[in-house]
Write a protein that binds this ligand. Structure first.
Ligand code: AMP
Ligand code: FE
Ligand code: FE
Ligand code: ZN
Length: 285
């Protein structure tokens, strides 16, 4: 029990519903040895998470999740073990956060034009002081009775390519990997199943990412099928990438996914964390 970890989680700082302190206490309750806090484009929860982690005896790995510009599907990169004081890193995060703030009123406008009574203030309130993202739009639409679930809001309106979708400018994968390295972190390809790439194109992509310095791949993930898990294990071995795993816990925004166990069967052994740590230590300063 005590040798399990979760290297992909969100707090109220981005689009999770547990405050960083609550998240770490919940990790303790779930018997996890370590968690990485990987909020979208923000490191604002890390100090709080680290403090509570020390108090309750859960290792907290400072992390971040970055969305990259990739047309075929969604390519997200996790930065783990990041030094959140690196100036160039903080500057770029501020730019990514600004892109979110510019996008939000555009989504509101589209939803209003479609006849929904929704305001930016309501979405900001749903974000509760953290940065507002699409799950908060989904939450407001659900609370107003326009949809029955967060998933339905994405499928019908705000999901990629949907009628109220607004693209935000996003950095290239190469830029994200370089940025994570500048912050002394390890760069991990998150949930590779959302790339939506056929097998024959995966190799080309991995060549590109490994050339850019990719360190790891999230092999164990809440929504990977057993077949996908095997495929990603194989890719990790082929490309000499560290394997990681995480639930992508968002609290009530993804009610079917629980911390540490995903949909119930996810298990991430802490041995993966030790391999990742060694990888970081080998990285040139
Ligand atoms: P944003 O970063 O504001 O573009 O929102 C993306 C976030 O929305 C992802 O990180 C997920 O948390 C969530 N998300 C994306 N697609 C879906 C979906 N189909 N159902 C539920 N949540 C989703
Ligand atoms: Fe999210
Ligand atoms: Fe993601
Ligand atoms: Zn995530």
């Amino acid at each position: 029990m005590n040798d399990r970890i979760d290297l992909h989680t969100h707090s109220t700082v981005s689009d999770g519903t547990y405050a960083p302190a609550e998240l770490v206490r919940y990790a303790k309750e779930k018997g996890l040895r370590a968690i990485a806090l990987t909020d979208h484009d923000s490191i604002d929860g890390i100090d709080e998470a680290l403090a509570v982690g020390r108090e309750v005896g859960v290792e907290v790995i400072p992390g971040v999740e970055l969305s990259t510009d990739f047309s075929e599907g969604a390519m997200h990169l996790l930065g783990l073990f990041i030094d959140r004081t690196a100036p160039s890193f903080l500057q770029r995060l501020a730019v990514f956060q600004a892109a979110r703030r510019e996008r939000n009123p555009k989504i509101i406008k589209k939803l209003q034009e479609m006849g929904f009574k929704i305001t930016e203030e309501e979405v900001t309130a749903a974000a509760g002081g953290g940065q507002a993202g699409r799950p908060h739009f989904a939450r407001v639409l659900m609370e107003k009775g326009y949809v029955h679930s967060i998933t339905e809001a994405f499928e019908k309106y705000i999901g990629d390519g949907g009628p109220a979708y607004v693209k935000k400018s996003q950095p290239s994968p190469e830029e994200c990997i370089a940025l994570i390295h500048e912050a002394k972190g390890v760069a991990v390809l998150a949930h590779p199943n959302t790339l939506r790439l056929p097998d024959d194109k995966l190799n080309g992509l991995f060549e590109r990412l490994v050339n850019a310095g990719l360190d790891g791949i999230e092999v164990y993930y809440s929504t990977h099928t057993p077949e996908e898990t095997v495929r990603y294990e194989r890719l990790a071995a082929e490309w000499n990438l560290a394997k990681t795993g995480g639930s992508d816990f968002h609290g009530k925004h993804k009610p079917q996914i629980d911390l540490g166990v995903g949909k119930g069967t996810l298990r991430v052994p802490s041995s993966l964390l030790e391999t990742l740590r060694r990888r970081k230590e080998r990285r040139p300063p």
